[in-house]
Design a protein around this ligand. Structure first.
Ligand code: FES
Length: 155
């Protein structure tokens, strides 16, 4: 589908973010090799794609966990308790912002407003929005995801 769009497009570079997203979806993150593959598809220099990938919050240049938690740190969420929730998440996961748990299950990243201000404080996990958050809700969400992962991971 995306390759058809690229072939049909008179300006493939316009599709660069979509292409990077699709390549990331396939490989899990944008390694140098994946970035070069995406660059070849749209006819752009890999260095240009690297600049874009660095700019876009949802493009990952390093491996990420199975669940990528984007905790909103914009003003409304900040006023509604971002800091203690961030600390709670870091403590529960045993990592700092920007890190991935040793079991590869969770990556914790900041994000600008996700448009969930009326349910702040909020976060996205693999594109699904959660809010308003409390420490208890975070515990429930993490537990549910851990159970889901255990059920779907081959032993
Ligand atoms: S400020 Fe956090 S969702 Fe808008």
């Amino acid at each position: 589908m995306l390759s058809q769009q690229i072939q049909a497009s008179k300006h493939p570079p316009e599709l660069v973010v979509d292409v990077m997203m699709a390549v990331q979806e396939h490989y899990g993150y944008l390694s140098d090799e994946a970035l070069e593959e995406a660059a070849a598809m749209v006819g752009m220099a890999p260095t240009k794609l690297d600049e874009l990938a660095t700019f876009y919050t949802f493009l990952y240049r390093e491996p990420v966990g199975r669940y990528v938690i984007h905790l909103c740190d914009s003003v409304i969420c900040w006023m509604d308790g971002y800091e203690p929730l961030r600390d709670h998440l870091c403590k529960k996961l045993g990592i700092q912002m920007g890190e991935t748990t040793p079991d590869g299950l969770f990556t914790l990243l900041p994000v600008c407003c996700i448009g969930y201000c009326d349910r702040s404080p909020a976060m996205l996990i693999n594109k699904k929005a959660y809010g308003p958050l409390t420490s208890e809700k975070i515990d429930e969400i993490l537990e549910t995801l851990r159970s889901e992962a255990a059920e779907t991971t081959p032993s």
